[in-house]
Write a protein that binds this ligand. Structure first.
Ligand code: YNC
Ligand code: MG
Length: 388
């Protein structure tokens, strides 16, 4: 069934519902000297490479590989189009390892044909803090699919993570594997109904006309929260504290220090936007919201080539209701010409997606942990982790 995953330290299907198994690591770490020192073997035509994304040329090669071969929706209408600036943001957090940005090239031509990455993260699972890797951007060129290259890439990234004395990982995928920590749903808030219908992202339902859709999704011209402004460098300590308190509510969530908050949340054009609410009286930062920019290529449409999508990231509400904060996020996204605003049903997102006219997406996003067993699966609302 799962020839590769059956051999890995992950929750196995046969153990689902067996709550007598202990929570925590499945395998114990081995001494670093016992970690395999040489890379795994690739088929003979291929070689490993470290992709130095600081280099414009190499960052561009990664960008082109992903643009043409990364994740598509079930109907093959759209493909993620992560920008180069986004990849640099996503792959260079504080303490990142260059050796975890792994490529595969054709020996003869040097063409980049596969990619996988990891970044370090401190993760809390209940009251344990565990150093983990987040694995992402696994991609094999369309012409090299189904040749069992992916398992070799996963083993190689695992080996390099082990070499840094890290033994656990988190990852998400649209495919169902042994065994999800939780199963999430995407929700989509239409901002530009005409375009979304034109490109096949959404359809006019029964008794819905274009003009009624435009009216339904219309938003106020300006935000409503007093004291709302773009996050600045000086806000980092306050935002770190808000996020720390907030994320402590979830069963699984990352722990971010000031440097990480600066990296992950300070606004960068076309990558990440964050807004804080500064109290007009006390000047304290009481709330914030953030969303990242991830366009999708529109495959085979005459009129449009990209869908501009915003994805909600981390939000914290103390004085302002989450509903009002996200309504303001929608307004800002609309002002910035986004076509759609997306959210997963994790954290406290479910009530606002229902209230603010998001529509439920098709397809699931599964969250996984490597070498860490949970007693039982979580509800999406128990998860405090967003992956890119
Ligand atoms: C996937 N997405 O089940 P079995 S998400 C994990 N995540 O193994 P082959 C996957 N495993 O079932 P292909 C996977 N997709 O026989 C497939 N697999 O045990 C498993 N798509 O390998 C699959 N990107 O090479 C099977 O398949 C085995 O040529 C088959 O390559 C797969 O980034 C892929 O969706 C996904 O580029 C590379 O289809 C290819 O099809 C592709 O014959 C489009 O592989 C892009 C796409 C995936 C996005 C992502 C997260 C990846 C997580 C990987 C697991 C990390 C584990 C933790 C490691 C660190 C541990 C520490 C410490
Ligand atoms: Mg393959």
């Amino acid at each position: 069934q799962h020839k590769f995953w059956e051999t890995q330290p992950v929750g196995q299907f046969k153990d689902v519902g067996n709550s007598s198994l202990p929570e925590g690591p499945i395998e114990q770490p081995t001494p670093l000297s016992e970690v395999k020192q040489e890379p795994y073997n690739l088929p003979n035509l291929y070689e490993w490479t470290i992709c130095d994304i600081n280099s414009d040329e190499i960052c561009n090669e990664v960008y082109v590989l992903l643009t043409n071969n990364y994740v598509e929706d079930d109907d093959n209408l759209f493909r993620f189009n992560y920008s180069k600036e986004f990849l640099r943001w996503g792959l260079r957090p504080p303490g990142y390892f260059k050796s975890w940005h792994i490529g595969v090239r054709v020996k003869a031509s040097k063409k980049l044909v596969a990619f996988i990455t990891a970044i370090p993260v401190k993760m809390r699972v209940r009251d344990e803090v565990v150093k983990m890797a987040e694995v992402n951007f696994l991609c094999v060129h369309k012409k090299l699919r189904s040749k069992r290259l992916a398992p070799v890439m996963i083993k190689e990234v695992t080996r390099r993570i082990h070499l840094e004395n890290i033994w656990q990982a988190a990852y998400t995928a649209g495919v169902f594997l042994p065994t999800p920590v939780t199963t999430c749903q995407y929700w989509h808030r239409t901002l530009n109904p005409k375009k979304l219908i034109d490109v096949g992202f959404s359809r006019l339902g029964d008794r819905m006309t274009m003009s009624r859709a435009i009216k339904l999704y219309k938003l106020p011209n300006s935000t409503s929260t007093p004291g709302l402004r773009k996050m600045e460098l000086r806000d980092v300590p306050a935002v770190t504290q808000l996020l720390k308190d907030y994320l402590s509510r979830f069963v699984v969530a990352p722990i971010f220090d000031d440097d990480e908050v600066e990296h992950w949340l300070l606004p960068q054009e076309n990558v990440i936007e964050s807004y804080v609410v500064e109290s007009l009286e006390s000047h304290e930062i009481t709330d914030f919201f953030s969303f990242y920019t991830l366009p999708s290529s529109i495959l085979n449409n005459q009129n449009y080539s990209t869908l501009k999508a915003a994805y909600t990231f981390y939000n914290v509400s103390t004085n302002t209701s989450l509903l009002q904060l996200i309504q303001d996020a929608l307004i800002i996204a609309k002002q910035n010409d986004f076509d759609v605003f997306n959210a997963l049903d994790i954290m406290e997102n479910e009530p606002f997606v229902k209230e603010l006219k998001f529509g439920r997406g098709d397809g699931q996003l599964y969250y996984y942990l490597y070498n860490y067993r949970l007693r039982s699966p979580l509800k999406p609302s128990e998860l405090g982790l967003v992956m890119l």
